[in-house]
Ligand binder design. Structure first.
Ligand code: 5AD
Ligand code: FES
Length: 353
C-alpha cells in the first residue's frame, strides 16, 4: 500500500497493520502529511465541531520517589526544588479556575508518599462537594488497583497515566530496573476496568525510540482504547543523563496526533504544553492536526518553575487568567473556540451541538 491508501484505511477502518504504520511513519511525504492532517481535522470537527475543551492543570507535588531517566523531577536530581501544595492551596486553585470557567481539574504530581489515599480522597471529595458540576482528573502515577478503587469511589472521574512506550525493552531503557512496562500497562487496564475515563500516551522522539516502537504505541492504544491520549515531544532536561539527546520532532508529533485522531475519532486529545514548548505555535498546530483539548496551568505561579519535567517549559510566569486569555486568543485565531463544559469522553454517535 502507498501512503494515500494507508491514510484512507486509517480513515475508514480506524486501524492499520504494524507494517503499514511503520511504512507511513518512515515514508510519509509533505503532501501525504497534508492529506493526513486534513482528514484528522475533519474527523475531529465531525465529533467536536470547532469546540476545544479546557482542563485546569494543578501541579500538586514536585516530589517523586521514582527515577525515570528522562524526567527532571526524578528522585536522584539533587537540583530539583521540591514542593507540595496543601489541600487549601489546591482548593484555592480550583476556586480561581472555577471562576474562570474551568469544569475539569487535573491534579498532577510526582509519586509523592505524602499524598496517601486518605489525603487524595479527602481532596477529591472536597472538590466534588464544592463543585458538583466539575470533573476531577488525577495524574499521580502508579498507585495500584486498590488505591485506584478508593480514588474512584471518592469521586475521581478520570485518570491519566501515560504508558510512555509500549515496547518493554524500550521502556527498560527509559526507566530504572524497579519499574516495568508490563506493570504500567497492567495498571492502565485496571484503571479502565474500575470505570475511570482513562488516559494513556507516550513521548515522541524519546531516546532509542524507533518507528517500530511508535507503531507499537499506536497498536497498544488500539488495544486499550483509552478515552484520553496525551502525547508530546521528548524534551531533554539538563539535570538528567538524557541532557544531550535531541528533542522530539514537531512534524512527527503532529503526524502522530493526526494518526491517533483517525484511529480514535472520539478520543480526548490534548495539544500539550510540551508541544507548545518546542514551537511558538505548537498548540495551535496540534489543534489543526486533530487535537481537541488544551490544559492551561492553574498552579500557583510561585511554584510553576519548580515543576520542571523538562527544560524551558512555557507559561512559568503567567497567572491562570493570563494563560486562559492567551489560549483563548490563540484558539480563536485559528477559528476554534474554548467551551465551558466538563468535556467528558463522548459516547459513540455523539456530536457537539
Ligand atoms: N520531555 C517530555 N515529556 C516528558 N515527560 C516526562 N519527562 C519528559 C521530558 N523530558 C512526560 C512523561 C510523563 C508526563 C507527565 O510528562 O510522558 O508521563
Ligand atoms: Fe500560558 Fe499562553 S497559555 S501564557
Amino acid at each position: 500500500m502507498n501512503e494515500l491508501q494507508i491514510i484512507e484505511k486509517l480513515k475508514t477502518e480506524q486501524t492499520a497493520t504494524r507494517d503499514e504504520l511503520v511504512f507511513l511513519l518512515n515514508n510519509i511525504t509533505d503532501s501525504g502529511r497534508e492529506t493526513l492532517r486534513r482528514a484528522a481535522q475533519e474527523t475531529a470537527q465531525a465529533v467536536f465541531g470547532n469546540k476545544i475543551y479546557i482542563r485546569g492543570l494543578i501541579e500538586i507535588s514536585s516530589v517523586c520517589k521514582n527515577d525515570c531517566l528522562y524526567c527532571g523531577l526524578r528522585r536522584s536530581n539533587q537540583n530539583a526544588v521540591r514542593y507540595r501544595l496543601t489541600e487549601e492551596q489546591i482548593l484555592d486553585c480550583c476556586a480561581k479556575g472555577y471562576a474562570l470557567g474551568f469544569r475539569t481539574f487535573v491534579l498532577q504530581g510526582g509519586e509523592d508518599g505524602y499524598f496517601t489515599d486518605e489525603v487524595v480522597c479527602g481532596v477529591v471529595r472536597e472538590i466534588k462537594s464544592r463543585y458538583p458540576d466539575c470533573a476531577v482528573t488525577l495524574s499521580l502515577g502508579e498507585r495500584g488497583e486498590e488505591s485506584f478503587k478508593k480514588l474512584f469511589d471518592a469521586g475521581a472521574d478520570r485518570y491519566l497515566l501515560r504508558h510512555e512506550t509500549a515496547d518493554l525493552e524500550h521502556y527498560a531503557k527509559l526507566h530504572p530496573p524497579n519499574m516495568s512496562g508490563e506493570e504500567r500497562q497492567r495498571q492502565l487496564f485496571a484503571l479502565k476496568a474500575i470505570g475511570f475515563q482513562t488516559g494513556a500516551g507516550f513521548m515522541v522522539g524519546s531516546p532509542y525510540q524507533t518507528a517500530e516502537n511508535l507503531a507499537d504505541d499506536l497498536l497498544f492504544l488500539k488495544r486499550l482504547s483509552p478515552q484520553m491520549c496525551g502525547i508530546g515531544p521528548f524534551i531533554p532536561h539538563k539535570d538528567t543523563q538524557f541532557r544531550d539527546y535531541s528533542q522530539g520532532s514537531l512534524t512527527l508529533t503532529l503526524t502522530l496526533l493526526s494518526v491517533i485522531r483517525l484511529m480514535h475519532p472520539r478520543v480526548l486529545l490534548p495539544a500539550t504544553t510540551a508541544l507548545g514548548t518546542i514551537h511558538p505555535k505548537g498548540r495551535e498546530l496540534g489543534i489543526l492536526h486533530g487535537a481537541n483539548v488544551v490544559m492551561p496551568n492553574l498552579s500557583p505561579v510561585e511554584h510553576r518553575k519548580d515543576y520542571a519535567i523538562y527544560d524551558n517549559k512555557i507559561c512559568n510566569g503567567e497567572e491562570a487568567a493570563e494563560c486562559l486569555a492567551c489560549l483563548k486568543r490563540r484558539i480563536q485565531s485559528i477559528g476554534y473556540e474554548i467551551v465551558t463544559d466538563r468535556g467528558d469522553a463522548p459516547a459513540a454517535g455523539f456530536q457537539y451541538n
